[in-house]
Design a protein around this ligand. Structure first.
Ligand SMILES: [Zn+2]
Length: 252
């Protein structure tokens, strides 16, 4: 049952037949894990908090630096040197005190991920490190937890929604060889609105999923910010994939 304050705060959601009061209640009952509170995690967490996701767990080990402020919109110049996850948690609590926020100042690793993923209904991979993306993908497939994985650099961004219970490919199928990430935002440059668009798209997919709308599971969506153009490509499972397709699939 929504309170009067909630009916007012979320009235723009509730007015839409696609969400309504029942959908808002689903959002309030949901728990989303956001890994990475940088350029993607800032807009994704802002829209999820403002939309009334009941519980957000934020994970990031990094501190705010001056060069982050071009695109990481939860932070201000006063936050330099402070923990991203703590400052993000405080900013999101100010935005919406309704949301239960847990800020975990740690890197996501093979050792801690399963415990973080387990209580969540959905995981958003907002990191900028390919090695971490592999282990997030593995953990979500082990625990059958849906994952929305995204990346951006330069004027380009991409995202994909993965449901381990469906037969499309996974992040490991998309990038089979575990090569080091050749470029990331800090050494390649990034157009700030591009991470805004991709992070907000992750939040939109999350809201659609949590209010029981169909997602384009297994479709890689790429965005070109110079051409203002989206493309969509289905990702089939690789037979030899050790995470989702091969004989070792789903083993822990
Ligand atoms: Zn796979």
């Amino acid at each position: 049952m929504l309170t009067n304050d909630q009916l007012l705060r979320y009235s723009s959601n509730i007015l839409m037949s696609e969400i309504g009061e029942a959908g808002q209640q689903y959002l309030l009952n949901s728990h989303v894990l956001i890994i990475g509170l940088g350029g993607l995690g800032c807009p994704a967490s802002q829209y999820l908090a403002s939309s009334g996701i009941g519980e957000l767990t934020l994970v990031d080990h990094d501190t705010v630096s001056l060069s982050n402020l071009q695109r990481q919109t939860l932070y201000s110049s006063d936050d330099k040197g402070l923990s991203k996850v703590r400052q993000a948690g405080q900013a999101l609590s100010r935005l919406n005190p309704d949301v239960r926020i847990t800020a975990i100042e740690q890197a996501a690793t093979e050792e801690n991920l399963d415990a973080l993923v387990k209580p969540a209904d959905l995981v958003l991979d907002c990191t900028d490190n390919r090695d971490v993306r592999y282990v997030i993908n593995q953990s979500c497939y082990r625990l059958s937890t849906p994952l929305i994985s995204a990346a951006a650099r330069g004027f380009k961004g991409q995202l994909i929604a993965l449901d381990p219970q469906r037969s499309h490919g996974c992040y490991q199928c998309l990038y089979p060889s575990s090569v080091k990430e050749p470029l990331n935002c800090s050494n390649a440059g990034i157009a700030a609105p591009v991470v805004g668009i991709i992070g907000a798209s992750q939040a939109l997919l999350a809201i659609n999923f949590l209010t029981e709308h169909a997602l384009p599971w297994g479709y890689l969506k790429t965005f070109d910010g110079l051409q203002q153009h989206w493309q969509k490509l289905y990702l089939p499972p690789a037979i030899s994939c050790p995470v989702c397709g091969g004989e070792n699939a789903h083993s822990s």
